[in-house]
Design a protein around this ligand. Structure first.
Ligand code: PLP
Length: 224
């Protein structure tokens, strides 16, 4: 139990050179653990489950930036729409539409990342490259989702020790991120976030151009 403060120091130092953002992934962990990191200055936290996030948001300080990093069902968007800082797992056009619709209802533009599938595993959610290109075109060219702020790309590499494989997958994510940025030029000024890297692979992700890492178990201990 409790937070590993030494790891927090190491992670914070690792973010420094590139200015990358550390998201502390606190899913399944108690609010006391979050407060320990909060006391050290951490403000970005990541959660995977809607009910758990809603509960924590209600009881924790209002200046925490909550990142929803899990798979989000369209019927649950409304529960987090009023306060969520960023939704990382936009893995379908349907979900993008649902977020836009909820944003419109409350007149709030919601930060989103397109989740792109590059890992070998069949089980991981995400858009393929063609779908990501299509979503970006609908957003930037057709201006379809005015209550979404499309901020970048999120992805997960394979659960693997194979460094070359991880590098390849992170570089695939960087490529689609760069492609969309260059295609939509200055219109894409808010499109500046590449969220990749977790406890097991964040150093490789940072080397590969990540500017936002999502680290859970290294900081908070293994989840039960
Ligand atoms: C749980 C989770 C993380 C954090 O994983 P760790 O291996 O514990 O660092 C990061 N990203 C996503 C999408 C997750 O679901």
């Amino acid at each position: 139990m409790g937070v590993n403060k030494e790891v927090f120091g190491t992670l914070t130092a690792a973010m420094k050179p590139s200015g990358a953002t550390l998201i502390a992934v606190s899913k399944t962990k108690p609010s006391e653990d979050i407060m320990e990191l909060y006391a050290l200055g951490q403000r970005d936290f990541g959660e995977n489950y809607v009910q758990e996030l809603v509960k924590k948001q209600a009881e924790l300080p209002a200046d925490i930036r909550w990142h929803f990093i899990g798979h989000l069902q369209t019927n649950k968007v409304k529960m987090i729409a009023p306060f969520v800082h960023m939704i990382h797992g936009v893995d379908s056009i349907r979900l993008l539409e649902a977020i836009d619709k909820e944003g419109k209802k409350i007149n709030r533009k919601i930060n989103c990342l397109l989740q792109v599938h590059v890992a070998r595993e069949e089980t991981k959610f995400g858009l393929d490259l063609a779908e990501a290109r299509q979503a970006a075109a609908m957003y930037f060219l057709e201006k379809k989702y005015p209550f979404v702020a499309l901020c970048g790309i999120m992805g997960m590499a394979s659960f693997s020790e194979d460094k070359e494989l991880l590098k390849k997958e992170f570089s695939d994510l960087k490529k689609i991120y760069d492609e969309i940025r260059s295609l939509y030029g200055s219109d894409a000024s808010a499109f500046n976030t590449l969220s990749m890297g977790m406890s097991g692979d964040y150093p490789i992700a940072l080397e590969s151009g990540s500017n936002m890492v999502r680290v859970g178990s290294l900081l908070f201990g293994a989840r039960g």
